[in-house]
Design a protein around this ligand. Sequence first.
Ligand code: PLP
Ligand code: COI
Length: 360
Amino acid sequence: MYPRGRAAGPHHGRRSLREGFIIERMDTSALRQAPFGSVLTDSMSIAWYRDGKWSPERVQPTAPLPIHPAAHALHYSSSCFEGFKAYRRADGGVHVFRLERHVERLRQSARLLMLPEPDAAQVKRMVLGLVDRCRGDVPEAPGALYLRPVLFGTVPNIGAAGTPTSEACLVVLASPVWDYFAGGLRPLRISVELSSRTAPHLGMVKTGGNYAAALGPTLAARRDYGADQVLFCPGGQVQETGAANFLLIRDKHILTRGLDTTFLHGVTRDSALTLARDLGYEVSERIFDVDETLRWIADGEAVLSGTAAVLAGVGTLIHQGREFRVGTGEVGPHTRALRAALISIQRGESADKYGWLTPV
Ligand code: PLP
Ligand code: COI
């Protein structure tokens, strides 16, 4: 596997597949220091859409692709992606968490962006085949193999702004990962912004443009307040952060926005709410605003949920230049309990009663 352009740290690698290094065996000390997603396995799975049909998939070396500079995705952002994880159990077995849901969300993103929709069976084959090939690169817990299908329009036609792409490419990448937020399980600093992350009908689509749109506010909040993420609250209504959903917890009661088109329908959110109900939490899914959030956090907890973030506790909200401590300012007991319940299913330590794990 290789990090692009440089070695991830001290390891037993040998020179080099293209500009990087091959690491011959999993070296988690290097991985812990590598930024999330910067190390890729040396294989990827790929399929092409042309003449109205998808080609059979192929596993090939992870390497640059020949993309025409007039490709639809480069001009008109016809692209979407997914992110989910394969986990290694103590007994060495490898399982993918909630594969079906993520494949369905990719297909939904494709439909909403007028991209050719890949067959669910083919995407699953691509993912499972790649994980099988890269089995040795799945790190021990709490690491995981992050899986990243990306689908993009390739038709070379710069006049096609008003026409869906007639050609496309689907690639599945794999990346051994450790923590998303540097510093492990520390309380996060979140800046509350009254702006929008995305157009209201596109929030539920996992497309690159939404992340590009969030970047400016996120960098500004990092610079001005040392914030880890921005919580987007257009018109005062709480939506989500740039890379995770947002939940409030108080007295065994969870409050989070109800599903609508304005934000990404997180699979971690769904999993956490399901487990919370099992653990006796009351769950409210509805619209709420910044003022209500500030009342909840006075003696409650706030949590980011996402594949990369898992369940990450918030210690501080920053709103209109003022800092508001969330509860004690530390990662709270409800966050820890829900996180533990989720991780224990992902690692195969408790029963998979909802059938969320696909063995590889
Ligand atoms: N919201 C955004 C904007 C995200 O990027 C993510 C991460 O994928 C999520 C929410 C959480 O989604 P999931 O739990 O399916 O990973
Ligand atoms: C994820 O949690 O899978 C994400 O997409 C977050 C980020 C890496 C974009």
